[in-house]
Design a protein around this ligand. Structure first.
Ligand code: GLC
Length: 418
């Protein structure tokens, strides 16, 4: 509820359970306005934990947290923790969150439909890890708040990474499902849009046969329709499916008379493979030819190389332009004529031309006319502060401050904040 003003202070822990890594951070919001110090450890999220039994997931998370605290934080002080749980959750309170459904390829039993906070806290309690949970947040709300800490013109937080999503601030008076909280109508509330689920009904966006295959083969068919066209988890797979199809199409027959065994393996190409193709600086696309040889054992003709480059451009451009539609939709809904948008995630930070393509699309949708030399875009998508770390710490800080002031709206267990 509400933006930070830059004067938040104190020491906090942040736990980030993203799609690829698990990260634990200790964040100090310093006395200097809008500044912070951070120490952090990253742990790879083992693939086998993304499926199967949920106990193993919580045990692993609690182990990582314990390890971090033993190394970095020897005193017994229970630090407040912000838990960035970046999946769709129904949150009636900030210290609560019922997982609606797994996204980003996760498929763990026994968590959907349940509050994840007690599951996490049980595993933590077994190890006597000295923390107190202050807030469960989404990476997009974290990104919004972390970016607003250093830039007061930030209005939207986005993630373009393994998944794709955004958050913005809404007035409580415009949120029908919060009517029974009786909050003043102009109170601000962070909204996690979960726009990855946009058009799950498939009535708006045209889908290619490749999009349909990706959806069908995923652990949650009919979910995350928009995300499956944009997010880093899927870009390489879309590209791979097209190549296999063009190999089999008797009018095209790329890679003719070659064994495409390696290319047939699902999810064998990730977004960094596409990035490398789009980044190939050579006229003869030599680097592209090299990675096809090393990764897929394929020899590529010059004409095929051109086709491959164009295909990568199409997949990357569609993703960037659809992403811009999401940002434009929020701007239109809120009437934002000019603002900053904070964005994070591997696709935003690493995929070539993603930012420029998104900016061109935003200009078209929001009708800014032809760009004059040196002119700044009214709505700019900029690299965000670390939302899942600093954002989680800030939201923990803001929540603690509210509890201290006696404002218990949206707090399930006020005693835990003492
Ligand atoms: C997926 C999740 C969403 C998250 C996004 C980016 O869309 O459902 O909660 O914000 O990925 O990580």
């Amino acid at each position: 509820m509400g933006f930070p003003d830059g004067n938040e202070q104190g020491k906090y822990l942040a736990l980030d359970m993203g799609g690829t890594n698990l990260r634990v951070c200790e964040i100090t919001l310093t006395e200097k306005k809008s500044e912070f110090d951070i120490i952090q450890s990253k742990y790879k999220m083992p693939e086998e934990l993304k499926v199967g039994n949920s106990d193993e997931l919580w045990e692993y998370i609690a182990d990582c947290l314990q390890q971090f605290i033993e190394t970095h934080h020897k005193d017994d002080n229970h630090l407040p923790l912000g838990f960035t749980f970046s999946y769709p959750a129904t949150q009636n309170f900030i210290d609560h969150g019922i997982l609606q459904r797994w996204t980003k390829g996760f498929d763990i039993d026994g968590v959907e439909g349940k509050d994840v906070v007690p599951m996490f806290l049980n595993a933590v309690a077994k190890r006597n890890v000295p923390i107190k949970l202050a807030a469960l947040i989404n990476d997009t709300t974290g990104t919004l708040i972390a970016s607003a800490y250093t830039d007061p013109t930030m209005r939207i937080g986005c993630i373009f990474g393994t998944g794709c999503n955004a958050a913005y601030m809404e007035d409580c008076g415009s949120i029908p499902k919060l009517a029974d909280m009786n909050l003043p109508p102009d109170t601000l509330m962070g909204i996690n849009c979960e726009w990855g689920a946009f058009d799950n009904e498939h009535v708006v966006l045209p889908r290619t046969p490749y999009d349909i295959t990706i959806d069908k083969e995923s652990p949650r068919p009919d979910q995350q329709a928009f995300e499956k066209m944009i997010a880093g988890l899927y870009l390489g797979e879309i590209f791979r499916l097209v190549l296999v199809d063009l190999h089999e199409d008797k009018d095209v027959r790329i890679f003719e008379n070659q064994d495409i065994k390696a290319l047939r393996k699902a999810y064998t190409l990730d977004a960094s493979f596409l990035s490398a193709i789009e980044e190939d600086p050579w006229e003869n696309l030599q680097e592209t030819a090299d990675i096809f040889k090393t990764k897929l054992n394929l020899d590529i003709t010059p004409a095929e190389l051109e086709l491959i480059r164009r295909l990568a451009e199409l997949v990357g451009t569609r993703a960037a332009r659809l992403s811009a539609c999401g940002v434009a939709a929020i701007c239109k809904k809120k009437g934002y004529k000019s603002c900053h948008v904070g964005a994070d995630g591997s696709v935003f930070n690493k995929y070539p031309h993603f930012k420029a393509r998104g900016a061109v699309a935003l200009r078209e949708i929001l009708d800014w006319g032809v760009k004059k030399p040196g002119e700044k875009d009214p709505v700019e998508i900029l690299a965000a502060e670390d939302g899942s770390g600093v954002g989680a710490a800030l939201i923990a800080a803001l929540t603690l401050k509210r509890v201290k002031e006696g404002n218990l709206a949206g707090i399930q267990h006020p005693d835990n904040y003492k």
